[in-house]
Design a protein around this ligand. Structure first.
Ligand code: WTA
Length: 652
């Protein structure tokens, strides 16, 4: 979906089906009446200090109480100023004085099939030990630590150990390349990297340490590397720089006082794609982020002590930060973690896990749901899914067909589906059904949660009426909002608050229907959403032009059956016409520069790109070509019309 030249966006999706929660679900829900929601939402809007202040007192453990709930106006809001606390203490220590001490915090299954269970006590001990290891390596409060690991319990241990000593973690998804790791190490000025020899993915070892070695040739700030032995793959260890996790942990003490940090102390940096080629270091701070993830876990997932909760995201993405780790652990929940692929050794793996561990809450992405649909009902039908009571979706708009399949085949027509809209920048879920009360409509993330005041506006910032498509903005600050882009506050201000004066805007188009339900229509900037992962067209373009054969490149998204969006690249060469072997070379080059998740689906060689007279590439036209659509848009500013004709003729 893109913004046309007019003020509004035209919406084409119409969906009238409505699914109310069952009376049984409502009766036991954490938020169980419409009146309760209305009252919470209104109070949070009119008296945010009172609303969030009470929740912060009741739900977080403070070393020193805060003085003020918030100060300043958006974008420069600070939350819970003057207070001190510790994130790891709130996730772990406070449960140890209760019956939860021996409750399972993490139930983990490796792709090859091994199982590990860590109780809150176990997790606490490992976190304390690893926090001492970090200190021994010279990590101090305020430092940044890169984590580049497979989805194993040690990833959660490493992140909580950072939080325990007040060092900010910067986690990089294991699918990113060595170059991406180097860029992020340098931007964050990371002093230590925590990695593994490799991880398992579809029966193969993913070599992580090897990528770290390559990245370190370009990351001068990194002094030490800790390596977890996961796959037993041979790796090179540089003396006095690289250490085995198990060697360091052997003698580490399990006593480690949590460092008392300020509410606004940085908890982590997470890099995400924006409209330009350089990834943005989204920075979250401590108290507001913890409160946001804790409350939304309780409200949206209706978390109960007895639940076995499974969010399938990798911890390398924001969903894994907020809803595999911080949110559920703050609530003392039991978290299911699975290392590998959904189709290994066969397409029944996820359903087998649900049956085996009696998973009750399952949170995944539309791209995965579309793959499940394609693999066929026979896979889930083989397993007993009756333990499930709630389903969730995140990452991109869920198409009504996928929603209905999820509802029917996985939810057996009795589980509410929470379609949760949020972003790396928002830290926590912003809009979602409340499962006990909100009648759901397939494809809509329904209504804002308490404390979230969204609006739909035109490009000039005017509020638009119901059903008019426009830009989705936030009118009020919320505790888990990003505070800055690491090292680039100006970019933070211009990206999120520069578009529309005084309002938060992070790139989505949407409309609100007459029931007050929001329908996300997709990004309006140059950000692609490929399999629920954000990539900027510019990032892929700069990867392409860094290849010596390429003169110029333009990258656009196109509708893709499984991934939501596919990546189409229009490439002009320095010399020659291009051929299949060069296509393969360029695809490999992009994978090496960014990572496998950025693999181009289509490369088209062209003698010229369509440009305006002022030299701007007309991406709108390229999007039409990539999608195989007739050009509907205005081509009057196109410099050379013959370019278009040639592009449309040229075969794949
Ligand atoms: C999209 C992921 C529609 C949206 C948590 C947003 C969604 C971007 C939904 C953020 C949803 C996420 N419905 N679109 N339920 N959830 N998006 O930062 O375009 O990886 O701006 O955070 O994903 O992606 P991010």
């Amino acid at each position: 979906m893109t913004m046309g030249s007019g003020e509004n966006i035209t919406s084409i999706l119409h969906e009238d089906r409505k699914f109310p929660p069952t009376a049984e679900f409502t009766a036991q829900a954490n938020i169980s009446s419409e009146a309760q929601y209305q009252e919470m939402w209104q109070r949070a809007k009119d008296d945010p200090a009172g609303f969030w202040g009470e929740l912060a007192n009741a739900n977080l453990d403070w070393f020193k109480p805060y003085d003020k709930v918030f100060e300043g106006v958006m974008p420069n809001t600070k939350w819970f100023t003057g207070g001190t606390l510790n994130a790891a203490y709130n996730c772990l220590d406070r449960h140890l004085t209760t019956w939860r001490k021996n409750k399972a915090a993490i139930i983990w299954e490796g792709e090859p099939g091994e199982t590990r269970v860590l109780t809150y006590q176990d997790l606490h001990r490992e976190v304390c030990k690893f926090a001492n290891v970090l200190k021994q390596l010279g990590v101090q409060t305020g430092d940044r630590v890169t984590i580049y690991m497979p989805l194993v319990p040690e990833l959660a241990i490493a992140m909580l150990a950072c939080a325990r000593i007040g060092a900010a973690h910067s986690i990089i998804f294991g699918g990113f390349s060595a170059e991406a790791v180097a860029d992020r190490n340098n931007d964050a000025k990371a002093r230590v990297v925590i990695t593994a020899d490799g991880g398992w993915r579809r029966g193969k070892e993913v070599p992580l340490k090897k990528a770290v070695d390559e990245s370190l040739a370009k990351s001068p700030t990194v002094e030490k590397v800790v390596v977890l032995k996961r796959v037993g793959w041979p790796v090179s260890m540089v003396p006095d720089r690289d250490y085995w996790w198990h060697d360091l942990m052997q003698d580490a003490s399990s006593d480690c006082d949590p460092v008392e940090v300020d509410s606004e102390h940085p908890l982590f940096i997470l890099y995400t794609s924006g409209s330009t080629g350089k990834p943005k270091g989204v920075m979250h701070t401590t108290a507001g982020y913890l409160l946001g993830t804790m409350m939304t876990s309780k409200w949206v997932f209706d978390l109960k002590e007895e639940d076995t909760y499974w969010c399938t995201a990798d911890i390398g993405w924001i969903t894994g930060h907020s809803y595999v780790t911080y949110g559920p652990l703050l609530n003392g929940a039991t978290v299911m973690m699975y290392e590998g692929a959904p189709n290994w050794p066969d397409e029944g793996r996820f359903w087998e896990i649900i049956e085996k561990y009696k998973v009750s809450i399952f949170y995944t992405a539309p791209t995965a749901i579309r793959a499940f649909m394609k693999w066929g009902d026979q896979w889930p039908n083989k397993f007993d899914l009756s333990s499930l009571r709630l389903l969730g979706s995140v990452g991109e708009p869920i198409n009504p067909e996928a929603w209905m399949w999820y509802h029917r085949v996985i939810g057996l027509e009795r589980c509410p589906i929470v379609d949760t809209w949020w972003q790396t920048e928002t830290g926590a879920i912003m809009m979602s059904p409340l499962p006990g009360i909100t009648p759901t409509k397939p494809g809509s993330c329904t209504r804002p949660l308490p404390g979230v005041v969204p609006d739909i506006v035109s490009k000039s910032g005017q509020s638009l009426p119901d059903n008019a498509g426009g830009l989705l903005v936030m009118r009020q600050s919320w505790p888990s909002m990003l505070r800055t882009l690491y090292g680039d506050h100006d970019r933070f201000l211009s990206t999120y608050f520069g578009e529309i004066e005084g309002l938060y805007f992070a790139g989505d188009g949407a409309r609100r229907d007459t029931d007050g339900y929001y329908w996300i229509m997709g990004r309006v900037d140059d950000v692609l959403n490929v399999a629920g992962h954000r990539l900027s067209t510019m990032e892929v373009e700069s990867a392409l032009v860094s290849h010596p054969s390429v003169a110029e490149a333009a990258v656009v998204g196109f509708p893709h059956e499984i991934k939501g969006e596919g990546i189409a690249c229009f490439v002009t060469l320095r010399t020659g016409d291009g051929n299949d072997s060069l296509k393969q070379t360029l695809i490999a080059h992009v994978r090496k520069t960014i990572g496998a998740l950025a693999t181009p689906d289509v490369i088209k060689f062209t003698a010229a790109l369509p440009k305006t007279r002022s030299g701007k590439i007309m991406r709108r036209l390229l999007r039409d070509i990539a999608a195989g659509r007739e050009q509907a848009g205005d081509t009057s500013t196109l410099e050379d019309l013959s370019v278009l004709a040639k592009l449309r003729e040229s075969d794949e």
